[in-house]
Design a protein around this ligand. Structure first.
Ligand code: PMP
Length: 418
């Protein structure tokens, strides 16, 4: 029986979407018609329940009551822009700056990860006078024209523009020194390198502090900036710390930090954090302002997210559940000739699949695995240049009972594929 909030049949909705959206991608061969979300669970119009092991935006779980209440209360009272003096944007800026090293003393609010990276790139160009950029070979950083150049995942066969150099991500050797030399020789001295702290689109390859430290040194040596893109890696994804560049044995020398996706647990809000010496000249030189960036309700949602992190001790749970999940994935795939690597950092995990006959990447098998998991009520995804890596990136409220369920579904799915 259809829940009351599904107003159309799934087939009717699918046809209407095709008429209005054209060819824009939908997940799954038979698309999921979702009507509700609660914690790690999603519910579809046909009454099925799905365990969400894929979505990182609802970092505290779908429809978190504290975030929904905070945003709703603010929407019902006042929701306007940050050129008026209001509590929420200032309180959020203070909270964010308290969570990063002391050298950061400015926050600029925007509405998406793409905008945050675009703004960081503009600040870097303004501060350095450079015009060159470095990204990893299959990175994704966003949709604006400037940031699409840093996003080879969406090049669709195009070559990088002349001002961009692409380098292998970890665990490959760090080639950033050669890349910045090449940029300078081509008349594009480096302004910035963008690094996704978990290298999500490159197949989930980090955090790798040795690689990133070497990369940052190479960029800094010629006056460029290292932008830590925490849009995926941040808000506790890797456990230990809210920000991946601050986790691990030592903090990485990021110059600018971008935040997004999970920041409002689904309410759009994003930000750039940086030192006054870099940010202030840009703001003054450009009369910078964003209408919705730092809007009151968005800030209320983002403050509620940070409150829940503290009240529910989320970071500690990420580390322990992440370790359990990594162990479970390792157990389920041990002795599998189609699984060549299982890795994870907190609740960012990946499984590399191959064709057992050839040892080559197996994109069709990977797609089949994702469909097989869905048919068993578990949502995961894929990533990497070969589309042969399963990406497991659940809301951080994933618990041991969910680990067991995912492990069972994966064992059955891999067995079926053989
Ligand atoms: N940076 C990274 C690392 C991302 O994964 C994404 C989105 N997948 C973005 C930036 C862009 O964020 P948005 O889609 O909110 O513009």
């Amino acid at each position: 029986e259809r829940p009351p909030y599904a107003t159309r049949s799934t087939s009717g909705l699918l046809a209407a979407r095709a008429r209005t959206f054209g060819g824009q991608e939908l997940s799954y061969a038979s698309p999921l018609h979702l009507v509700a979300g609660d914690g790690v669970w999603l519910r579809s119009a046909d009454g099925q329940r799905y365990l969400d092991a894929y979505n990182n935006v609802p970092v505290l779980g779908h429809s978190h009551p504290a975030v929904a209440a905070a945003a709703a209360a603010q929407l019902a009272r006042l929701n306007t822009n940050s050129r008026y003096l209001q509590d929420a944007p200032v309180a959020l800026a203070e909270r964010l700056l308290a969570s990063v090293p002391d050298r950061f003393d400015r926050v600029l609010f925007v509405n998406s990860g793409s905008e945050a990276n675009d703004l960081a790139w503009r600040i870097a160009r303004h501060a350095t006078g450079g015009s060159g950029g470095v990204a990893t070979s299959f990175a994704y950083h966003g949709i604006t024209e400037a940031i699409a150049a840093f996003s080879p995942e969406s090049y669709a066969g195009q070559e990088p523009p002349a001002h961009i150099r692409l380098v292998d991500p970890p665990p490959g050797h760090c080639e950033v020194a050669a890349a910045v030399d090449g940029l300078a020789a081509a008349g594009h001295p480096v302004a910035a390198m963008l690094v996704d702290g978990v290298f999500t689109s490159d197949g989930v390859q980090g955090p790798s502090h040795d690689w990133t430290r070497a990369a940052a040194s190479a960029v800094h040596a010629v006056g460029g900036l290292y932008v830590a893109d925490e849009v995926q890696a941040g808000h506790g994804r890797t456990g230990e710390h809210l920000w991946s560049f601050c986790s691990g044995r030592d903090e990485l020398p990021a110059d600018l930090v971008t935040l997004g996706k999970p920041m409002g647990n689904g309410y759009p809000i994003a930000a750039v954090l940086g030192p006054a010496a870099l940010v202030d000249p840009f703001v003054e030189g450009t009369d910078y302002f964003s209408t919705f960036g730092g809007g009151t309700a968005a800030c209320a949602a983002a403050i509620a997210v940070l409150d829940v992190f503290e009240e529910e001790d989320v970071l500690r749970r990420v580390s322990s559940v992440g370790a359990l999940l990594l162990q479970a994935l390792g157990d389920v795939t041990a002795d599998s000739d189609d699984v060549v690597d299982v890795r994870g950092w907190g609740l960012a995990l990946a499984i590399d699949l191959v064709d057992p006959a050839t040892g080559e990447p197996a994109p069709a098998r990977t797609r089949a695995a994702i469909e097989g998991m869905r048919s068993r009520g578990v949502l995961i995804g894929s990533t990497g240049p070969d589309r042969s890596t399963l990406k497991i990136r659940p809301p951080l409220v994933f618990g041991p009972e969910h680990v067991a369920r995912l492990g069972d579904a994966l064992a059955e799915t891999l067995r079926e594929l053989r």
